[in-house]
Write a new protein. Structure first.
Length: 66
């Protein structure tokens, strides 16, 4: 154990899309492969990128105001 606290966001849906991004966790293959060697700040940065990728593919629903 290396004392790092950020756990993998893997949800066991491991399949890459046409952009080589996992459709389960929205990380790239490089990010997935390097996860165990990353520091918590590096992992946090990957999680931010993964959230951005998710939001690009699945934008939040917008409530109509009219």
């Amino acid at each position: 154990m290396n004392g790092q606290s950020i756990k993998s966001p893997c949800v066991n849906v491991c399949a890459m899309d046409v952009d080589d991004v996992c459709i389960g966790c929205f990380r790239t293959m490089e990010e997935i492969a390097g996860w165990g060697r990353m520091s918590d700040p590096e992992k946090h940065a990957i999680l931010v990128k993964a959230d951005e990728r998710y939001n690009e593919r699945y934008p939040p629903l917008v409530k109509r105001t009219d």
